[in-house]
Design a protein around this ligand. Structure first.
Ligand code: ATP
Ligand code: MG
Length: 563
């Protein structure tokens, strides 16, 4: 995981202090997803952070599933998550854990809390619990069951485990402080009855621990030193510490540190919303390249290193913010630029007939794959023929001011090849330009408006031979939402043009033999990848990112946080 030069983050400062104070003599972190959805780029930030800290401090980072809620969890998610974390380049070695592995231990700890008088079984209904809890301005009221004796509590808790009560009939809660200003400390739930099968423990359990209770103990069992989570858990930290303290957990106890979650403009990270997009067929599946899931970004063509670079650049902060999508696109371009060969492709072909060229004449123009560094990968031969295709947008019947590409009686240069002069425009019955009649020459002729001083030399445009090109479908992806900070209103906020298909695109012919996953820069158009469904009979490419570089704007918009 790359590291560019950047100031040290507050998390690293805290870890350095902990090591200097000898609070810990090693560093251990963990990545703790709940297997209830696919990972997204926000999770990537957490993965890069946790595994990156372990790497930099010669520590370890565990992979742990926080699988305490059987109702929403599934092995499908476990498998996809492991695949995604591996893809990102994180290595948990042999340390793959599940909170469900600790269910017995968690149960014993709960019995211990009961025995010590720190937990009780409560019979209030969920609605009553809400009434008793109070509000931010009013203290809560004690449950009538708060003073049950230890033996009765132990007996009831064991009977809860045996399934003697219905869901919602009883629950185990911590005995802390009903008047605490922190609502999380008003006797929070520790265990609830759930008569649901768990994807790993089957029907072994009828009660399941709450996240706040299970998380700190799981961290402590594994010897985690720094339990890094997102800001919304800041108010849960007193509970995290309380549980371990009341259990007399031996030092060193883990320490929870919160950081701001990643919000990326024009997309959403909420698992619930992502599920809705998939279930309501607003996208084609979890790997639809418009989604922010890692499966989607992979299919879109992003490399793991570009995502790591992005996460490294945005750094970690203590305050929530939205990151401009340009940061991600810039990281992708920077990552792909030295790796990806340049080729020619035409997305909206306009036929050009070269009148001073015979039907069977073929001329070869060698074209380097890396124009700035030709020896890097050598070149391929472009074949010029009487009929070629150029991009429809490179021609204007009535060129507006400032348009320096092809127009009647104007000339352009064909990339790697000759100068092209337009003599005649053929339109179809609807008035649409259907074909150009042109001639070519080896030297510029300086025709028409291009005597314009600003355009001293003709513009260069891309092209392919009609005969030596293949037809392909190219998918152009844009932002999923049309507003930068969507609220999740899928009926009004989705961008209707987030996917534009170019079914008539023409590519250099060798691209038909590309393998799924091969990446190319189509000159002037962006970076593209041969899709999973690409075949030589039906070539299919996705645009990964455009070439438009908005880095200047990003710099003006403010800098990155510390990493
Ligand atoms: P939920 O808990 O609502 O199901 P979640 O997004 O918190 O959703 P988890 O599976 O609990 O999902 O997340 C695993 C880890 O990834 C947690 O440590 C969490 O803090 C972190 N994480 C989740 N979303 C983001 C985000 N947008 N930015 C940074 N870290 C995130
Ligand atoms: Mg979570």
């Amino acid at each position: 995981m790359e590291s560019e030069d950047r100031p040290k983050s507050f998390i690293r400062t805290m870890i350095d202090e902990d090591l200097a104070d000898k609070r810990y003599d090693y560093v251990m972190t963990r990545f703790p997803p709940e297997p209830n959805g696919y990972l997204h780029i926000g999770h990537a930030k957490s993965i890069c952070l946790n595994f990156g800290l372990a790497r930099d401090y010669q520590g370890r980072c565990n992979m742990r599933f926080d699988d305490t809620n059987p109702v929403k969890e599934d092995v499908e998610y476990v498998d996809s998550i492991l695949n995604d974390v591996r893809w990102l380049g994180a290595d948990w070695e042999d340390r793959l854990y599940y909170a469900s592995d600790y269910f017995e231990k968690l149960f014993q700890c709960a019995e211990q809390l009961i025995t010590l008088g720190h937990a009780y079984v409560c019979d209030l209904s969920p609605a009553e619990v809400r009434q008793y809890r109070g509000t931010l301005t009013e203290p809560g009221r004690s449950s009538p069951w708060r003073d049950r004796g230890v033996d009765e509590n132990l007996d009831l808790f064991q009977r809860m485990r045996r399934g003697e009560f219905a869901e919602g009939e009883k629950f185990l809660r911590a005995k802390i402080d009903m008047s605490s200003p922190n609502l999380n400390m008003r006797d929070p739930a520790l265990y609830r009855i759930k008569k649901a099968a768990h994807h790993r423990t089957g029907d072994q359990w009828l009660i399941y621990p709450m996240y706040d209770y299970a998380h700190c103990i799981s961290d402590a069992i594994e010897g985690v030193t720094h339990s890094i989570c997102t800001l919304e858990f800041e108010d849960h930290r007193p509970l995290y510490d309380w549980v371990l303290e009341k259990l007399n957990w031996p030092a060193p106890r883990p320490r929870q540190i919160e950081f701001a979650r990643l919000n990326l403009e024009y997309t959403l990270m909420s698992k619930r919303k992502l599920l809705e997009l998939v279930k309501e067929n607003k996208v084609s599946g979890w790997d639809d390249p418009r989604l922010p899931t890692l499966a989607a970004l992979r299919r879109r063509g992003l490399t793991p290193s570009s995502i790591r670079l992005f996460c490294d650049r945005i750094g970690v902060a203590k305050k929530d913010s939205w990151i401009e999508i340009d940061w991600l696109e810039k990281a992708v371009r920077d990552d792909l630029n030295p790796l990806v060969p340049r080729v020619l492709a035409v997305l909206d072909p306009l036929k050009v007939v070269i009148e001073n060229w015979t039907d069977d004449k073929v001329e070869i123009f060698p074209a380097p794959f890396f124009p700035d560094d030709p020896p890097k990968m050598g070149s391929r031969d472009l074949k010029m023929t009487r009929e070629i295709y150029i991009e429809r947008s490179d021609f204007e019947l009535n060129p507006p001011k400032g348009f320096f590409r092809l127009a009647p009686d104007r000339e352009v240069r064909l990339r790697w090849a000759k100068y092209l002069h337009c003599h005649e425009v053929i339109t179809d019955s609807s008035g649409q330009v259907s074909e150009l009649r042109c001639t070519v020459s080896d030297e510029p002729r300086g025709l028409g408006a291009q005597s314009d001083k600003k355009a001293k030399r003709p513009a260069i445009i891309h092209w392919v031979s009609a005969q030596h090109s293949v037809k392909a479908t190219v998918r152009l992806y844009d932002r999923l939402f049309k507003i930068p900070r969507p609220t999740g209103d899928l009926d009004h906020e989705l961008n209707p043009d987030s996917l534009v298909e170019k079914p008539q695109a023409r590519l250099e012919e060798f691209l038909a033999d590309a393998k799924s996953g091969d990446r190319f820069q189509f000159e002037r158009l962006g970076y593209f990848i041969a899709d999973l469904d690409h075949t030589s009979a039906q070539p299919l490419f996705n645009r990964i990112v455009t070439l438009k570089d908005t880095w200047a704007k990003i710099k003006a918009g403010g800098g990155a946080a510390a990493s």
